[in-house]
Structure formats: structure tokens, C-alpha cells
Design a binder for this molecule. Structure first.
Ligand code: B12
Ligand code: SF4
Length: 528
């Protein structure tokens, strides 16, 4: 019934088969669930794991107070709704904490309904960005959900669970929204991140990679993002605290760290000072680890000194939220950066010994054939057209974000449901571009496997310094993607969307990418 899993148990983790873990007399007070995403929902490609640090932090807070708990990563384990419900029943827990994103909200609701039916005396809590922003709608419509906890919860999860275990009613708090207590609610924010116990980890998963947080919150205000709505200021852990955790993880076999921070550093001098201190501390520690931060094009602008010291400290990968190659859409996305600045930064990184991954949104409600062409040109000029992914990416509009307010104001949407997994609840100003976007979105899952194989191979070649092989692979895949996209942009000249032409172009793309992806198997461990 269950696959080999990714489980976190009382602050420790294991990869045993789930039924083996639960055999004997093991039971838990709380199960924390990362819900699964349906296969046909397009999750973005990532080189990293599905480790959920939010739940890992909650798990360690509970464990520190002696409350037994279990993190079930149903996303990573690819469990079904029924797997999750069966597991929860077997665990004998009566308190379930579910952490949905918009993409798996319907599944999360289905799971919570089944749980409540199976165990009527249980308490089902929701939390995380999506549930926090939609708490009113959720509490008004979903009878089987007992409360939504707004914002960060390490400090309130313990009193909530303790009260429930003592048979008391749900803990009343300004950040706990229940059906009869929905007014004057506020997002809970942990002020001092160093005060938190390190998140619970999986040291038995056969992987030498972990996710890690050095900050929370973001000072930028990109219109599509939920973070500025909830955590608009930056909180940082001290260098000592972060390096202490890295050292603990390294001594347990972890060597590469995917930094989950929304924005690792901005261009602010204080951020550069932090990056410098952090790098020096890592170098001094001789831990010999590597890491990947997520930044913007203006984070390191003109700061070759910071770039170099980060690289010396182990920065092997960098994710850059570029989002667009044209100024009109960049302004709608409120990036506060021009396409020129974005391009300049990618040129700046071109010859660095770094694997770069960009965030890119080809299709937005404001896209037109002209913006598609500009974006295509941008990807080509900046050496980013070797990935198929940017050519398929469509803006997801999340409820209660600035982008949501914009599409409402522009009459592109009637209402946006908290439980819609369809990112196309909005219309496009240019309807044929909208149809092309939908077709691209639906087609990506088929291409994703090939795209990821090529991406992984390019990354490996770069890390191994095999630059001429890397260049050759990038050149070939760039040609294939450009040929495809030029062909499909022509579709936008029709008044009616020519579905068959799109399907034929996709078949050719699939065939061409398969040819080079078949040569991309990676046998050795990248970070060893
Ligand atoms: C790293 C990351 C990823 C990683 C790992 C995801 C993971 N499982 O952690 C990967 C690459 C896999 C990923 C994928 C995606 N992600 Co992502 N991701 C993040 C990011 C940047 C950091 C996550 C993190 O570590 N947060 C820090 C921890 C401490 O915070 P937290 O998780 O919110 O948890 C705290 C509280 O919210 C609360 N809490 C959370 N859940 C619950 C539940 C209960 C019951 C309670 C009481 C409390 C509680 O307590 C926790 C501790 O304080 C967040 C942005 C962010 N700042 O969170 C986006 C974010 C979660 N991702 C987002 C998106 C859109 C996606 C994708 C859909 C992208 C895509 N198109 O493929 C996929 C969906 C994957 C999925 N199935 O959920 C959006 C979700 C928006 C929304 N409305 O749904 C976010 C919020 C980015 C944003 N600001 O818009 N993501
Ligand atoms: S920089 Fe990143 S985290 Fe900050 S608002 Fe923009 S998308 Fe969100």
C-alpha cells in the first residue's frame, strides 16, 4: 500500500516502509501531513528534495515538549489520499496538522473530510501560506476543519496540542481562527529565529542533501507572491546559529544545502555583510559543504566581492527569480527590475563555476505575441533557452495576492476559489495567447522528464568543470527549444486556436528532446 517513504518520527527520520514503522505498539499524538499533489498538476522542476521545513520545525517544537509526533511527506512518498488516511488511522493520533499549498488544496480538503469521517473525535488543523490567506473562506465552508493557524506556529502549536490532549477545547489565540472566533485575527510571526530548536531531520534517507533556512520573510513585493502579504519584513538567524545547524547536519552526513529562504540576500549593504560573515564562518569551519541560495538579479549587482566569497564558501548553485524578459510584464509582476538588469546579471554569472536556475513566467494574463517573442529572445540571449521549462511556465494567481487584486480590477476573473487547483481561473487580455498558455501548461508534464534529465546533466557537467561538453548539450537543446517556440508563436496569428498544429509541434519537440535526453543518464552522485 505504501511506497518506501520519507518519514519524520519524533524529531528523527527514517526511510523504512511505512507499515514496518507502525508495526508493534507505536502510536503518536500528532500527525503532520505534507499533502500529495495530483500527478496532472504541474509542479515546477527542482533538483532538490520535497523536505518540508515548516512541518519539520513544528515537529521539533512538539518533540521538545515531549509530544510524540510524526511527519508524513505524502508528496515525497507519492501517497494517495487513502494512504494518508489509513496511515493516520493506524497512528492512533487524534490531532492532524495539514499544510496545503494552493496546488494541493482540493486533495487536502478531501483528506481532512475522510479523516473526520473515519475518526470523528479528531481535530484537524490547517496552516501554511495558502490556508492563512484563505482562512475566512475555509472556516466558512469546510465544517470538518477545526481551525486554521495563521502564520508561523512553533510557539503556538504546543499549547494548542497540550490543551487538546488534556481534553480541553481549542486554544483561543489571536492567530488561531475557529468558526466561532474569526474576528481580529493576525498572522503569527516568530521574532527571534535563534530561539527555535533546529528542525527535525531525516538522517536515514540515504541522501546527503538537506533544506535549510537562514531567514524568514521578504522585503520585496512581487505581485504573484504570498510572502509579502504575510511576512513583509526580514528576520535573520545569526551566523553562529546557522553554522551550528550546518555543522550538526554535516556530522550526520549532509553535505549540500538547498537554502529555502524566500530571498537569501537583497542588494542592501547589511545583507552583503551577512553574506560575507556567513561565508567566512563556513570557510573557517572547514565543513566542506556546498549550498544553493535563492536571490534576485539585484541581490549581487556589481558585487563581485560577495559573489566570490560565497563561491569560496561552497555556493555551487544559485536560483534567480528573473520571471520575465520584458518590461511590461515585469511591471505587472511588480519585480521593480528591468529586463536589462535581469539580462546584465545573467551575463555577470555566465562564466562563474555555478549552476544557475532561473524562475521564469512566459505566460501571464498580460502576455501577447510580442511579449512571447521578447521573452524568447531574452532566454536565447542570456543562455537560458536550453531548458524547456521557461517556455511552458504560466503565472499562477494565488488568492489574496497583489496579482489576484490586479486580475480582479482588470475584469479578468470573477472570483478565485481557495480550492481551485487550476491556475487558469483567470482570462488573458489576448485570448489566443491564453489558449496557447493553457495548451503549454497541459503539455509540460510529458516534457518534464526529458527537460529534467537534460537540466541535471548540464548541472553535473558544470559542477565537474566539463565545460565543452556542457556547452555542446546546451547548444543542442537550445536549438530544439527555439525551433519549437518559434513554430508555436505562429499559432497566435490565428483567430481560433489550432490544437492540431500545437500537438504536432509538441510531438516533434518530444522526439528531439528524447534524442538528447537519452544520452543524459547520470550515474555518479553530484555532490559526493
Ligand atoms: C522551499 C519551497 C519549496 C520547495 C519545498 C517545498 C516544501 N515542501 O517545503 C519545493 C521546490 C519542492 C516547492 C515546490 C512548490 N512550491 Co514552494 N516554496 C518553498 C518556500 C520558498 C519555502 C518553504 C519553507 O521552508 N518555508 C519556511 C517554513 C518555516 O514556513 P512554512 O512552510 O510556511 O511553515 C510554517 C507556517 O506556515 C506554519 N505551518 C505550515 N503548515 C502548517 C500546518 C499547520 C496545521 C499549522 C498549525 C501550522 C503550519 O508553521 C510552520 C512553522 O512556522 C515557500 C515560501 C515560504 N516562505 O514558505 C514556497 C511556497 C510554499 N511555494 C509555493 C509554490 C507555488 C510552490 C509550487 C506550486 C511551485 C510550482 N509551480 O511547482 C510547488 C508546490 C509543491 C507542493 N506540493 O506543495 C508557494 C505557495 C503559494 C500558495 N498559495 O500555495 C510559496 C508560499 C511561495 C510563495 N511565496 O508564493 N516549494
Ligand atoms: S523576491 Fe521572492 S520572496 Fe520576495 S516578494 Fe519577490 S518572489 Fe516573493
Amino acid at each position: 500500500m505504501f511506497n518506501n517513504d520519507i518519514l519524520t518520527m519524533n524529531g528523527e527520520t527514517c526511510t523504512k516502509n511505512i507499515s514496518t514503522v507502525l508495526s508493534g505498539d507505536q502510536s503518536f499524538d500528532v500527525v503532520l501531513v505534507q499533502p500529495p499533489t495530483k500527478k496532472d498538476c504541474v509542479a515546477g522542476p527542482t533538483l532538490a528534495t520535497t523536505e518540508n521545513l515548516g512541518l519539520a520545525y513544528l515537529s521539533s517544537s512538539l518533540s521538545s515538549s515531549g509530544i510524540s509526533n510524526f511527519v508524513l511527506d505524502a508528496e515525497g512518498g507519492q501517497y494517495t489520499e487513502d494512504d494518508v488516511v489509513n496511515f493516520c488511522r493506524q497512528s492512533e493520533a487524534k490531532i492532524f496538522c495539514i499544510s496545503p499549498a494552493a496546488i494541493n488544496m482540493c486533495t487536502s480538503i478531501a483528506i481532512s473530510k475522510k479523516l473526520k469521517n473515519a475518526i470523528p473525535a479528531s481535530t484537524v488543523l490547517f496552516g501554511g501560506h495558502h490556508a492563512t490567506l484563505c482562512y475566512r473562506e475555509i472556516m466558512s465552508n469546510e465544517d470538518h476543519i477545526d481551525a486554521v493557524v495563521l502564520g508561523e506556529a512553533e510557539d503556538i502549536i504546543v499549547p494548542i496540542v497540550t490543551a487538546l490532549l488534556e481534553g480541553k477545547p481549542l486554544y483561543r489565540h489571536s492567530s488561531v481562527a475557529t468558526r466561532d472566533d474569526l474576528e481580529n485575527k493576525q498572522v503569527n510571526v516568530i521574532k527571534c529565529l535563534d530561539s527555535l530548536p533546529y528542525p527535525a531531520r531525516n538522517f536515514d534517507d540515504g541522501s546527503n542533501e538537506s533544506r535549510l533556512l537562514t531567514t524568514r520573510g521578504c522585503i520585496c513585493s512581487c505581485s504573484f507572491c504570498t510572502t509579502p502579504e504575510l511576512f513583509p519584513s526580514l528576520r535573520r538567524r545569526t551566523v553562529e546559529n546557522i553554522v551550528g545547524e550546518i555543522s550538526h547536519l554535516a556530522s550526520n552526513g549532509k553535505k549540500h544545502f538547498w537554502l529555502n529562504d524566500d530571498l537569501f540576500i537583497s542588494g542592501h549593504p547589511l545583507c552583503h555583510k551577512f553574506a560575507n560573515d556567513f561565508s567566512l564562518a563556513l570557510i573557517k569551519s572547514k565543513l566542506d559543504i556546498s549550498f544553493r541560495p535563492m536571490i534576485r538579479a539585484d541581490s549581487l549587482n556589481g558585487r563581485h566581492d560577495t559573489l566570490k566569497i560565497l563561491e569560496s564558501a561552497g555556493m555551487t548553485h544559485v536560483f534567480i527569480g528573473i520571471e520575465s524578459g520584458n518590461d511590461f510584464e515585469l511591471s505587472k509582476l511588480n519585480k521593480k527590475l528591468s529586463s536589462r538588469e535581469n539580462a546584465q546579471f545573467l551575463y555577470f554569472l555566465k562564466d562563474e563555476p555555478l549552476v544557475t536556475q532561473i524562475g521564469f513566467i512566459m505566460f501571464t494574463p498580460w502576455s501577447s505575441p510580442d511579449t512571447l517573442r521578447e521573452n524568447m529572445r531574452f532566454l536565447y540571449d542570456t543562455g537560458q533557452a536550453y531548458r524547456a521549462f521557461p517556455f511552458f511556465r504560466v503565472l499562477s494567481v494565488f488568492p489574496h495576492t497583489m496579482a489576484h487584486r490586479l486580475v480582479l480590477e482588470e475584469g479578468l476573473i470573477g472570483s478565485l476559489s481557495y480550492c481551485s487547483e487550476d491556475p487558469f481561473s483567470y482570462r488573458f487580455h489576448c485570448s489566443v495567447t491564453g489558449e496557447l498558455a493553457r495548451a503549454q501548461h497541459l503539455a509540460y508534464p510529458k516534457i518534464a522528464v526529458l527537460d529534467n534529465a537534460i537540466y541535471r546533466k548540464v548541472s553535473t557537467l558544470r559542477l565537474l568543470g566539463l565545460l565543452s561538453e556542457e556547452y555542446e548539450l546546451r547548444r543542442e537543446s537550445t536549438q530544439i527549444n527555439m525551433k519549437f517556440f518559434k513554430r508555436i508563436i505562429k499559432i497566435t496569428k490565428y483567430n481560433q486556436f489550432p490544437m492540431e498544429d500545437h500537438a504536432l509541434a509538441l510531438d516533434d519537440l518530444y522526439y528531439d528532446l528524447s534524442r538528447i535526453a537519452s544520452l543524459c543518464s547520470i550515474s555518479s552522485e553530484v555532490y559526493s
